[in-house]
Design a protein around this ligand. Structure first.
Ligand code: FES
Ligand code: FE2
Length: 384
């Protein structure tokens, strides 16, 4: 009888303990989820068009027109006679074919089909077969604010009058002689939110453990502003620029002797950048093509500041070194990108199969960026 009583009390205690655990977990989950968008809303969230997006490398836009796409808008880029980049809707108003199939003549782009010409403002300047007295039709195609800066073509796909109120993301290391820069483009079939989460969740270093740029990340702080989220991690770094041989540690795990450093990642809508210790600065310029396709540029910069006598060298020599070393880390970036893309495309596929299923999350930074992406998408929608 006493044994039965003890057992009943034990069952009661266990049940209460489980209920308590469940309740506290639920409360925690509810708190964490407050304001976090539903998966289907997040993974179809539009971009806020009223920002500058890096849509091409400067070197990609030559005399031949270049077709690009940003958030389902087809755009053609070309250089006029003065070498200035122009951006027009990529659609001839005559038969709606792509102007990017045409060519540039003087300051105009010529449609390949019947030879209609358009200037950088989108006005039709010539139809080669008009009869005498026949006027040019009043057709005009959309042109976009565009500028060339830090080696990229930046385009403003939103309300043109707002373009002058904003600046493209500053990348001072691009020109600075103390920095060696590498760039790798990314193209993958997934919503851009998967990329932002990947870039802000530094625990994904596990994925890159075979050539580890950082390791053993521990989140220290999370800061949130109206259009940015910043996370500060402590991490181990394995490569020091003034000890070139330390690069081998990235690839051979048992040789790794890490040193603790800070790893700060910041999503400053719509782009990302980060600081790894004092020497490394990374950027990711994100230009979503559509809800299921993303293009981005990953930029890696490394400071040569550890070589203290560098500034004594002649400028021409420093420039020569900078230019010679341009893209030295490109292969390394491409290796990281390959691994990330594989995961992000799997996430997208899993989402399409289970659109209502929310992944279990323990890093609070992820929820914060999801909220920001959704919030910016709402701005886009209210301005449509
Ligand atoms: S379709 Fe472009 S000129 Fe006719
Ligand atoms: Fe990664």
């Amino acid at each position: 009888m006493i044994a039965i009583l003890v057992q009943l009390i034990q069952i009661w205690i266990d049940n209460n303990a489980i209920l308590h655990l469940l309740r506290s977990d639920c409360i925690k989950t509810m708190e964490q989820l407050a304001g976090v968008p539903r998966p289907d809303a997040l993974r179809s969230a539009a971009i806020n068009l009223n920002h500058w997006y890096a849509v091409a490398l400067s070197s990609e836009v030559r005399k031949k027109p270049l077709a690009i796409q940003i958030w389902d808008q087809d755009i053609v880029l070309f250089r006029n006679q003065q070498g200035q980049v122009q951006a027009l809707e990529n659609r001839c108003p005559h038969r709606l074919v792509k102007l990017s199939s045409g060519y540039v003549q003087g300051n105009d782009i010529v449609c390949i089909y019947h030879g209609w010409k358009f200037d950088g403002t989108g006005h039709c300047t010539d139809i080669p077969y008009l009869h005498e007295g026949q006027k040019l039709p009043p057709c005009r195609i959309r042109n976009y604010p565009v500028q060339e800066r830090h080696g990229f073509i930046w385009l403003f796909p939103g309300e043109p009058t707002q373009a002058q109120n904003q600046e493209p993301l500053a990348i001072p290391e691009w020109e600075h002689l103390n920095y060696v820069v590498s760039v790798a483009p990314m193209n993958f079939r997934a919503h851009f939110s998967f990329l932002v989460e990947n870039l802000m969740d530094m625990y994904h270093g596990h994925l890159h453990r075979n050539f580890q740029p950082w390791g053993k990340a521990i989140l220290q702080k999370k800061r949130v502003g109206s259009d940015w989220v910043e996370a500060e991690y402590q991490a181990e770094c394995y490569f020091q620029i003034n000890r070139p041989w330390s690069v081998i540690q990235l690839f051979i795990p048992w040789l790794r002797r890490g040193f603790l450093t800070s790893l700060i990642v910041r999503y400053e809508y719509p782009h990302w950048h980060s600081w790894l210790g004092n020497d490394f600065r990374l950027y990711c310029l994100i230009a979503p093509v559509s809800a299921t396709q993303t293009r981005a540029y990953l930029i890696h910069t490394v400071s040569l500041g550890a070589f203290r006598d560098l500034h004594r060298l002649p400028i021409w020599f420093r420039r020569w070194v900078k230019n010679r070393c341009f893209n030295a880390a490109k292969g390394f970036l491409q290796g990281l990108i390959r691994e990330d893309v594989l995961m992000m495309e799997q996430e997208q596929q899993a989402h399409l199969t289970h659109p209502q299923t929310r992944g279990v999350e323990v890093n609070p930074v992820v929820g914060a960026v999801q909220k920001l992406i959704y919030q910016e998408a709402q701005i886009h929608n209210t301005k449509d």
